[in-house]
Ligand binder design. Structure first.
Ligand code: ADP
Length: 461
């Protein structure tokens, strides 16, 4: 029988335990021994306790040999097409071998017996055949331990067994079909997932390669741009100092503009160079004990000088006692200047940017790339929160603003220029200290950027 391209036998469709149960209950009900064989003769289940009559005959070596031979023959009968086959044993009892058919396929064979056919006159084992004298009186007594059965009863027992087996086989086949179909579906999905996985791996490798190429390209270009730009700034400075002769006011004004724009361009190029070559794990930190409130004030002054939004105020929320952190002042100042610069840039006219410095225990963020998950239970952080009342950042963009060259695609932010590298750099600098920059925002209401730096061990209060 075939199920999804597999040929099946009894053992595939019926549980061995179930088959044993069935044989045992039939034996208990009808007193008839039975054995179930697979079509290759393998014994699958049996309920055929030895009768005293057989035990007596098997006391003789020849009896044992003939009994064994008969059992082998009965098991092998599975190969013969004609059924049922009635077989007589040397001791005079009978067996019936019936093929198990399921949907036209032979699945195995059931051997019923030994029993005493109701029409047999009596048992006449041949003493000569066993090569030893037999105790006829004892034999007659023991023959009472054998089931005497007429052919009509035997046929009914066989039909009942066959019907029950048929039901079990149908159930087994249904279960097998379902599990095979399920298996096929799972296998197909697995193949699809494996294929997608392979494509994804290839794409990731390709993207990593492109990212490497892009970084190399940016590093080379910005390096090449920086060299002549430094000369332009240098010569402009010399000109403005009058080293090449006196200048009139207009010339001095023009030179001032060249210098200012040149320096802005140099900052931009340096930032591009930094972002394309920086790796947070490799930044060499010059750590010092830092008072973040003091650093915030310096950064705010610097951001205000750079900013074109002169009408926006920076206001400090005071009153917190914050222990110093061990950090690189230059890098942390750069990160703070960037956050303040953005806050000023995106604030509405005459707006206020609020800065507060405090202590915090960051929530465990399982997506965080840095060690917060491990550090959170024991370490505390100094937090600088920078609040603005600008346009805010839509939820799906919140993580992406830290990607290099990413800008929220909206006219409000585009209008402010920039390259989208400030936050990427600031995040790298802070991560190099084991910290993190986080952002919360409500579009239309403003944003809060939080810079977190771990307190040095032992400084926790
Ligand atoms: P840049 O400001 O030079 O474009 P950044 O990396 O500093 O680059 O910022 C990336 C993007 O994040 C900005 O282009 C802007 O869209 C968004 N963004 C940053 N800070 C703010 C802020 N305070 N309010 C609104 N959007 C902001």
């Amino acid at each position: 029988m075939l199920v999804l391209d597999r040929s099946l036998g009894l053992a595939d469709l019926v549980e061995p335990g179930g088959l044993r149960e069935l044989c045992t209950s039939f034996h208990a009900l009808f007193g008839l021994g039975m054995r179930v064989h697979a079509s290759d003769g393998t014994l699958l289940a049996e309920a055929a306790p030895e009768s005293e009559y057989c035990a007596y005959l098997r006391e003789f070596p020849e009896g044992r040999r003939q009994c064994k031979q008969l059992r082998a023959r009965l098991a092998g009968l599975a190969d013969t097409p004609e059924a049922p086959t009635s077989v007589r044993c040397f001791g005079g009892c009978a067996y019936l071998a019936v093929r198990v058919l399921f949907e036209g396929d032979e699945m195995g064979r059931v051997v019923y017996g030994p029993f005493l056919p109701a029409d047999s006159a009596g048992l006449v084992p041949s003493a000569a055949g066993l090569g030893a004298p037999l105790d006829a009186v004892r034999l007659r007594e023991l023959s009472g331990s054998l089931r005497r059965v007429d052919r009509a009863t035997l046929d009914r027992i066989v039909a009942a067994f066959q019907r029950i087996l048929d039901l079990i086989l149908q159930g087994g086949r249904r279960a097998l079909l379902t599990s095979d179909a399920h298996h096929a579906v799972v296998e197909e999905s697995y193949r699809e997932v494996a294929e997608k996985n392979r494509q994804l791996r290839e794409t990731t490798e390709r993207l990593q390669e492109l990212d490497r190429l892009k970084s190399n390209f940016l590093a080379t270009v910005s390096h090449e741009l920086r060299t002549p730009l430094t000369s332009i700034i240098g010569y402009s400075e010399m000109l403005s100092q009058g080293l090449a002769g006196p200048l009139n006011d207009e010339q001095r004004r023009f030179l001032g503009t060249i210098l200012e724009k040149g320096e802005a361009l140099l900052r931009l190029i340096s930032a591009i160079l930094d972002v394309s070559t920086l790796d947070a794990s490799r930044i060499a930190l010059q750590r010092r004990s830092l008072d973040l409130r003091h650093l915030c004030r310096r950064a705010a002054d610097q951001a205000l000088v750079q900013s074109s939004r002169k009408d926006v105020r920076v206001q400090f929320r005071e009153g917190y006692i914050v222990p110093p952190v061990e950090a690189d002042p230059e890098l942390i100042e750069k990160a703070l200047v960037n956050l303040l610069d953005n806050a000023l840039k995106y604030s509405p006219p005459s707006g206020v940017v609020e800065v507060e410095v405090g202590l915090t225990e960051p929530e465990v963020d399982e997506d965080s790339e840095v060690g917060f998950v491990l550090l959170a239970p024991t370490r505390r952080y100094v937090e600088v929160g920078i609040h603005d009342a600008g346009p805010g950042i839509p939820e799906p963009e919140l993580d992406r603003v830290f990607d290099a060259f990413y800008q929220v695609d909206g006219s409000a932010t585009r209008a402010h220029g920039g390259l989208g590298i400030g936050l990427a750099l600031a995040q790298q600098f802070v991560r190099a200290h084991g910290g993190e920059i986080r952002v919360e925002s409500r579009p239309g209401h403003g944003s809060v950027f939080r810079l977190l730096l771990p307190l040095p061990p032992g400084a926790e209060t």
